[in-house]
Design a protein around this ligand. Sequence first.
Ligand SMILES: Nc1ncnc2c1ncn2[C@@H]1O[C@H](COP(=O)(O)OP(=O)(O)O)[C@@H](O)[C@H]1O
Ligand SMILES: [Mg+2]
Length: 294
Amino acid sequence: MSPVATHLPPGLLSVHALPADHHDGPWDHILVPDGTKERLLSQTLLRLRHGRELRNLPGMPHGLIVLAGPPGTGKTTLARGLAQSAARALAPIGATTYIEIDPHAFPSEMLGESQRNITRLMTDTLPEFAARRPHTVVLIDEVESFAVRRSTASFGSNPVDVHRATDAVLAGVDFLAEAHPRIVFVATTNFPEAVDEAFLSRADLVLNLALPDEATIAAILRRTLAELAGMWEGVRPLVADEGLHRKLAARCAGWDGRRVRKLVLTALAQRREVALNPGLLEAGDLLTAAEATG
Ligand SMILES: Nc1ncnc2c1ncn2[C@@H]1O[C@H](COP(=O)(O)OP(=O)(O)O)[C@@H](O)[C@H]1O
Ligand SMILES: [Mg+2]
């Protein structure tokens, strides 16, 4: 994704104005159980549309969604797609700013330094961006490095600094929930057990993305082959071969979605003539690749 601003404040990876056509894709790219996307989108729309009114309810929403699950299960991609989908749905009433935070920008060797940087991000930078458009979605990818669980923080890092940094994140989330009810944070984590409990307890929705089951693996393979067939017509027969998808899915049991997609790439690189002309891909290449990497 290409950011719209080139000189970004510290701690931000990128800033985008949504909806934008070139952000279509990620949402449809990830195959998850029925209902998952609807739940995510509804939670986001409720907060962005009615955050102001809901602020008056006890147990007000924090505008925080956590996507947890093993690496390669589509969390980051889904979060990006969510921002675009929400922006599309809300476009009639106003645009959306989508911001990616760089969580690795904060851990600091200097006592108190990360705390100050996080506070600046939460109380100055994000409110400034949130004032620009009616809706704001903020991705905190791999939040475990940002809101470190204080009860088990490693002694390799300065425990006092870790405490202060995590406190600053929590104070920032509380401040923004109250002051900017039209911000939604989407945090992803590969290790929910490393994320601070008080951060997780603020989430309006914690969604666990599991490893794909065999039916989903088969669907991911079919989708990936269909994408290839869009470029190389010769792949078309493999898209319709459901027996092949089932057979491969059984061999890929326990794999994450990223690895399943990579299998098709690996298959393309089994033989030189296929590498030069992917339209020559055959079922045998996929089966060999599954054996080789299984
Ligand atoms: N459920 C899925 N359906 C389709 N593709 C998937 C799925 N999970 C992962 N992938 C593939 O793996 C890639 C990496 O996913 P990513 O969003 O980076 O995962 P995570 O953030 O959970 O590590 C995606 O772009 C996609 O190609
Ligand atoms: Mg990720």
